[in-house]
Ligand binder design. Structure first.
Ligand code: NDP
Ligand code: 2IT
Length: 448
């Protein structure tokens, strides 16, 4: 075994030994290390500089109690956490997830992914992730506000515009960001707009941040389809999820001529052969905060499948935009059998390792999350720039900057895949390009 292979094995063994039971974190690290052999062989300085040993250990993990009072006057306690993974390229940057499944494993996997995704944006952002096992479903506005305030009462001690800049993720949208930012201002007594991104456009937010992840995903898909005989025009598209990423991916795909026939939530999926009515979907999910079943009831002439798997719907393009490991090997086989040509990840790590193998075997084009969904955090980076300059760009400017960044990420991943002998493998290309940026910054800054 070469020194490079030995170092890669040792890094994965260390992750497994040091983080017992943390299967998601292991999966995320394995996926990256697996693609690094060619680059680590060519650059022995990465092994000598201890890069692999250092990059798998978060710089800091903060875990804290979050007590809050529900509408019945009963005291509830959640656990909050922030994983500050890497600050080699800039302040820690990454979203907050509120979902009942959140634990340290989830946040380490997401924080690890974020390091590389953020490196690809080229905007000088480190990697982090945070959240809580709080479940916003069915909670009143007052309960959500009190929870956010309690969460921020502790988190405020650990973040700052030059230190760590959170944003949204599952269960954290515009409403939650508003409550979190308000509480940060109350605690610090300062207007420090760049401390959090995804703010409303009326109080320091950026135009197009809400749309950015979904729009960016579809710009990336457009680039993937260049020089192929396929296009978004006339394509039949399925998205999973019906939250922020899914909704705006569906919107941009339809603007570019595709028909988006299905989307889902954790309880089932809706099939609408005429193409989803995205205004109605947005009203039901975003404004009324109701379930997807309500869409089917109001829309009529479409079908809601309770408890069923959205990947059984045949399509040309599949965009998993819900959560991790939501598309497995069998789903990938079924999609391939049904003629699917392209799968691009809007969610973080939505395809299992087996699914990714099947996707490669069956010759389906694959857009990996770190590259394909980087538009959200890239636009957060643009929001930080606007905040630093105390100015606000218009929608068109931010959107065209987002398009340029996504086009550039695609070109970088493709060129790096060619350079390292894995042509067409955008996952390997993205991992290698991102790793090189972070590793070079780590070497330059010494052992810290
Ligand atoms: P939202 O909370 O807006 O929406 C999440 C959607 O996914 C909902 O439809 C939800 O259904 C569904 N979902 C969540 N958990 C599960 C589950 N365990 N099984 C099935 N469905 C589930 O989140 P976002 O749209 O912001 O995030 C979606 C994905 O995109 C996540 O992986 C996130 O990390 C990633 N991402 C988000 C970015 C952003 O800017 N927001 C940026 C880059 C990536 P239900 O309501 O029934 O729970
Ligand atoms: O997974 C992600 O990239 C996000 N949830 C967005 C992070 C951010 O800081 O905008």
């Amino acid at each position: 075994m070469s020194d490079a292979d030995a170092a890669l094995h040792e890094a994965l063994d260390t992750v497994v030994r040091r983080n017992p039971g943390q299967a998601l974190f292991r999966q995320a690290v394995h996926e990256v290390l697996e693609s690094l052999a060619p680059v680590v062989k060519q650059h022995p300085e990465y092994v000598e500089g201890g890069i692999l040993k250092r990059i798998i250990e978060p710089e800091r993990v903060v875990s804290f109690r979050v007590p809050w009072v529900d509408d019945n006057g009963v005291i509830q306690v959640q656990r909050g956490c922030r994983v500050q993974f890497s600050s080699d390229l800039g302040p820690y940057k990454g979203g907050l997830r509120f979902h009942k499944s959140v634990d340290e494993d989830t946040l380490k996997f997401l924080g690890f992914e974020q390091i590389f995704k953020n490196a690809l944006t080229g905007l000088g952002l480190g990697g982090g992730k945070g959240g809580s096992d709080f479940d916003p479903h069915g909670k009143s506005d007052g309960e959500v506000m009190r929870f956010c305030q309690s969460f921020m009462a502790e988190l405020a001690h650990h973040i700052g515009q030059d230190l760590d800049v959170p944003a949204g993720d599952i269960g954290v949208g515009g409403r939650e960001i508003g409550y979190l930012y308000g509480q940060y201002r109350k605690i610090t007594g300062r207007n420090e707009a760049g401390v959090i991104t995804g703010k409303g456009v009326g109080y320091g937010g950026s135009w197009a941040r809400t749309e950015a992840t979904g729009y960016g995903l579809v710009y990336f898909v457009r680039e993937m389809l260049q020089d192929t005989k396929y296009s978004l025009e006339g394509a039949r598209v399925v998205v999973s999820g019906s939250g922020n990423v899914a909704l705006y991916a569906a919107k941009k795909a339809s603007q570019l001529g595709a028909t988006v026939v299905a989307c889902s939530d954790s309880q089932g999926y809706v099939l609408d052969e005429d193409g989803l009515d995205l205004d109605l979907l947005s009203e039901i999910k975003d404004v009324r905060r109701e379930r997807l079943s309500a869409y089917a009831e109001e829309r009529g002439n479409c079908t809601y499948f309770h408890g069923k798997n959205v990947w059984e719907v045949d399509c040309d393009i599949a965009l998993p935009c819900a959560t991790q490991n939501e598309l497995d090997g069998d789903d990938a086989r079924r999609l391939a059998d049904n003629g699917c040509r392209l799968i691009a990840e809007g969610a973080n790590m939505p395809c299992t390792e087996e699914a990714v193998e099947v996707i490669h075997e069956r010759g389906i084009l694959f857009g990996p999350a770190k590259a394909a969904n980087a538009g959200g955090v890239a636009t957060s980076g643009l929001e930080m720039r606007q905040n630093a300059g105390r100015l606000q760009w218009d929608f068109e400017r931010v959107d065209s900057e987002l398009d340029r960044i996504m086009t550039n990420i695609h070109a970088t991943a493709a060129a790096t895949a060619d350079e390292y002998g894995v042509p067409g493998d955008l996952a390997a290309g993205a991992n290698i390009a991102a790793f090189r940026r972070v590793a070079d910054a780590m070497l330059a800054q010494g052992v810290i």
